[in-house]
Ligand binder design. Sequence first.
Ligand code: BGC
Length: 920
Amino acid sequence: MVSFTFLGVLLACTEKFLVKGPEHLTVSEGFKNPIGFYNDTPSFSWKLPVSEAVKLQSAYQVIAATSKEFLPNNPNLWDSKKQESPQSTFVKYQGEQLKSRQNVFWQVRYWNQDGKVSEWSAINSFELGLLKNADWKAKWIGLNTAKDSIKGVRNFLMHKPQYLRKGFELSSDVTSARLYITAKGVFDVHLNGKDVSDDVMTPGWTPYNHRIETLTYDVTSLLQTGVNALAVELASGWHSGRISRGRALYENFASPKILCQLEVVMKDGSKHTIISDESWKGTTNGPIRLAGIYDGEIYDANFEIPDWNTATFDDRSWELVEVETISRDVKLAPKRHHTVKNQQVLKDAEIVSVDENSAVFNLKQNMVGVPKVKVPMKKGDTLKIRFSEMLLKDHTFYTKNYRSAKSTDYYIAAKDGVVEYVAKFTFHGFQFVELSGYDKNAKPESSWVQGIVQHSDFEKNGTFTSSHDKLNQLQSNITWGLRDNFFDIPTDCPQRDERLGWTGDAQVIAPTSLFNYDTHAFWTAWLQSLRENQSEHESGLVPWIVPDVLQINRASPGWGDAVVLIPWNIYNITGDKRVLKENFEAAKKWIGFYKSKIEDKEFIPKMRSFGDWLQPYPTKTGKGGNSGDTSKELIITAYFAHSSLLVSKMAGILGHSKDEKEYYDLHKNIAGVFRDTFFDKNGKVKNVKETQTSYLLAIYFDLLKPETKIKAQKHLLEEIKKADYHLGTGFIGTPILPKVLDDMGEIDLMYKILFKETYPSWFYSINQGATTMWERWNSYSQAEGYNPQSMNSLNHYAYGAIGQWMYERIAGIAPLAPGYKKIKIAPLPNDRLTSAAASINTPYGLASTSWKKDKETFILDVVIPPNTTAEITVPNASIESVTVNGHIINEKSNIKLIDSDQGLINILAEPGTYKIQTKL
Ligand code: BGC
């Protein structure tokens, strides 16, 4: 007893010397304890706890083992040993080769700035999915629905959705079970009548001719001793739907199919595997009669098949499926980002109008997903559900901008009473819902319609707020626009007959998205698809859209450059070098594409270009005006130069010194030709039309000599003045406008442009009622109605790219070194605001900035996470007037003065919480 107490005291004493262990452990691009994981050479990240005792990491140790029990004493997979290093993000696994299905348990500890060791973290784990095609014993199966397909919009053939099932027996209890599954099409899987997951439209969209993503589910608790049934609903989705353009791309639009493999470990240790094969049965006579991404779903309750997905169902009358073996050419790979899920429910609908046949509901937010309708119906009647993003003046639907997308769902009732329906294999972009065909005796109620918001599953990563309502509405429109268009891939728009992965739009919005949401894995997954589509082209061409269902072999500057710019931005915001490594060769190939297009003019490739897409007030009217007025040659040459420079920088970071020099020299040469061709000695655009964007590109990409650049800046200001201080930029110019003006010190001007209420401006669409970003600066006006062009999406994220500047400079928080290892806090207060704040969940923990000011004081609250440092620039301040946490800055502060200049004070701060106050 005595010795026991003594041991307790001893332990307590040692505990005291330990600092708190690391938290928030993740693998690779931010995955938390994943199963079915895709990466057998993962990296590890952790965060240090926020504590007075922990400022910096001086060393770390990661250990990994095949079983929890082996940790920490017997790490039989990997022991990094103590590494003297501050690195706490993306530490590469360097242990034993990992295999499909393998379980890895891992832990980490660190040493703080004083060399004190921490406790071990909690044990985390990951389990690999099926990494190789050879791991699959299953076969592709399905009914031949091509045979009796139905003619849909534009005579496009539609496959009838399928119901597939297989009963099987398990002779003893189950210890663990994994279901590996995917589809050519989209599926929903059930085990013994229960939903296996809440995923939506799986497996998502990749270039299916290269790679199909697979999902892994832990189904241990759904299995039972005795009879069981595995059942799958299957529809066309992207693979076999109209969205793939009717081109003979994916095996001539073969009927949708599933592939699944259920691996069960029994109590006695034996293994049992159930696979998709010729023994499965199927029918197309189920309730989902038709389903398409563009056109909607038809559900007929009269065809419901009670208990079809349970073990007791008799499927003798069902057809046997057709079988196809797995091809070696199409890689089956675990999904490398999160699936789409139902994320939010908009419950607060408002009835806008009711007539004898229909009722219109307003969800008050342009959203993406499906409605949940709960409506009284009469047997045999058809409920028609229509959608629209906005209304026409007479409260009828504006659907011209859906173009050929029917975007209509139907529900046919099997009995009298209230029905509840949520479409499964489609999604819509809408704010308004029109119902007709419900029980005419019932009075419509607002509760009949709710909006189920769907998007890829990522966490919110940042917040931005200010004292200005319209600026806050802009932030809301930006973030809605992002979520609405991150539906497994980054789409241009979510509603019309397009919904494609346009590379230019993606490139423009990627940084803003990374500030607001944890989209690291989302982007790196899509970049893999981009590389796969690029690999189809010897020339290095990056197609307009990814997955490339257009297959028209065309590329555009500012679009194809996604392969350079997105990895570069991801690296800077996350600090993960892997994204550079993965995309470096592809980025080089893209530069090779530019080179291959050089004909008669040195360093000026001859190729297509979308120009400065959708610039306001273009000289040409109608469709012809879409590419704006900036010279296409100028844009092509500017991007060629800029991407070459970034490739050189990537090479430098990756240690490829030969490439670093080669691409730098190339950049210099292109820049030389650029300035000689397009600019005169006075920094004025020559030979081509002067536009805001021509100046912005030359200045931001640093393509002019320093003395000419200063002159060009003046011409830019003149262009802006000519536009009565409005922006005059399209997709290409808009994201760089704030950066250039900021760099020039034209902060007031930038605020002035941002706060403009009249067309073209960000607030203009808000004044017209926008709840998302619009495709055009003038998609709609209360006075004149809708832009007559049918290309008029009210949910297009490109102009939301201003979001980055709102974080970085209005609130004032940005990475100064990749991944926020060093943080820049540099807000730009302006008289239009009395406060602004932003927070970011950086790879090191929460960082935030929040400022407010009145006539006399400016207060800046800052939080800096452990294992980082921050450079804080306090505006309108002098050394004498500043206090930090109530004290003047002196030798003893944990904040060091770097310099003070022209009313700015630059200080270096270690992790902690600061209240900085200045007298104005
Ligand atoms: C898309 C765009 C895209 C553009 C290219 C449009 O149809 O919606 O956003 O970038 O085409 O020109």
